[in-house]
Design a protein around this ligand. Structure first.
Ligand code: AMP
Ligand code: MG
Length: 326
């Protein structure tokens, strides 16, 4: 069975095509800026501009025509409404014109399921570290439960905000990673783990004040930021592994592309005898392949939607979804 998946929760418009567990295409177009952050209306406009091109490129890459597709999946939740509705509109149109079943999927769960499939892990904990989301997720009692999460910003948005204060454009994460490589000088920063949760708001204020004081180099602040926030994420992930008595950790989200975060997770897993798996970057960032894959496994268990029931759900939480496919 062939599934076409459309991702448009935030900055990325992506189209992926999967045939069972094989990824045939995974094409994306990321909205970027030279300076400043993301404006939701601009994201929607970007997605409208590129949707046609991204869709054709994905079909071309998979050597398929739209008629060969069996189902159409799209990210129905959670995300920015301006972005989500573009993907939803493209998906509904394909579904209606070509008479293909439509499946709306939760984006966070798609990160977990593609990670589980690619790593061939059975029952992993997902550290989902992305722009808008930061959650530690695991399956328990028919749902993907959130065992720990950010109390304010997502870790990626936090790093991007710091980068923006430093005059760097979006996305800031990869630029901060490069700057961090040039330092080994740790500057003390607030470390905010509250039970199983993390928070970044106070840290951002502290960092911005330090940056503006002119007393610290951007390299040292970048290094110290990464060491601090990644230690926070690794701490709650480790506690989730211990608490849930699971022994597999999978990464997801754009921030998981960071080599230092990967290294810290790997070391923690080695120390406690857990398996660690980090998918390729193309499956960590927002992408259509994971949407296609989750749509496919949901469709096989009867989870398709009618167009009239395919309204986007910008605020849906990971643990709102009843998981009836595993
Ligand atoms: P996502 O929302 O999952 O697509 O991820 C986008 C977020 O990942 C943005 O906040 C980026 O700044 C961040 N990001 C991408 N690459 C890196 C990296 N190498 N290090 C840290 N953050 C990154
Ligand atoms: Mg994501």
């Amino acid at each position: 069975m062939i599934s076409l998946g459309i991702e448009s929760t935030a900055h990325t418009f992506g189209v992926g095509i999967v045939k069972d567990s094989e990824v045939l295409a995974n094409v994306r177009d990321l909205y970027t800026t030279e300076k400043g952050g993301l404006i939701p209306v601009k994201l929607g406009e970007h997605h409208v501009e590129v949707c046609d091109k991204v869709l054709s490129q994905a079909l071309e890459k998979a050597k398929l025509s739209i008629k060969d597709i069996d189902i159409v999946s799209f990210s129905i939740a959670p995300g920015l409404a301006h972005s989500l509705k573009v993907g939803a509109t493209v998906a509904r149109t394909i579904s209606l014109v070509h008479k293909k079943p439509l499946v709306g999927v939760n984006h966070a769960i798609a990160h977990l399921e593609i990670g589980r499939m690619l790593s061939k892990s059975n029952d992993p904990i997902l550290l989902y570290a992305s722009g808008a989301n930061t959650q530690v997720i695991a399956y328990d009692g028919g749902k993907y439960r959130v065992f720990g999460e950010t109390l304010d910003n997502g870790v990626g948005n936090f790093i991007d905000s710091f980068a923006r204060e430093a005059g760097l454009g979006f996305p800031g994460g990869p630029k901060i990673e490069q700057l961090a490589l040039k330092s080994k000088n740790y500057i003390e920063l607030p470390y905010s783990v509250k039970g199983m949760d993390v928070s970044f708001g106070g840290l951002l204020t502290n960092l911005t004040t330090k940056l503006k004081s002119g007393k610290y180099s951007l390299e040292d602040l970048s290094f110290s930021t990464q060491e601090t926030v990644f230690a926070m994420l690794v701490e709650v992930s480790e506690r989730a592994l211990a608490h849930c008595e699971k022994d597999e950790l999978v990464l997801g989200g754009g921030v998981a592309c960071n080599k230092r975060l990967q290294e810290m997770c790997r070391l923690m897993c080695e120390a406690r005898g857990a398996k660690f798996y980090c998918p390729e970057n193309q499956f960590l960032v927002d992408n259509g392949a994971m949407i296609a894959y989750l749509g496919l496994i949901m469709h096989k268990t009867g989870n398709s939607a009618q167009v009239r029931d395919s309204k986007i759900r910008p605020y849906e939480r990971t643990d709102d979804v009843v998981v009836n496919w595993r």
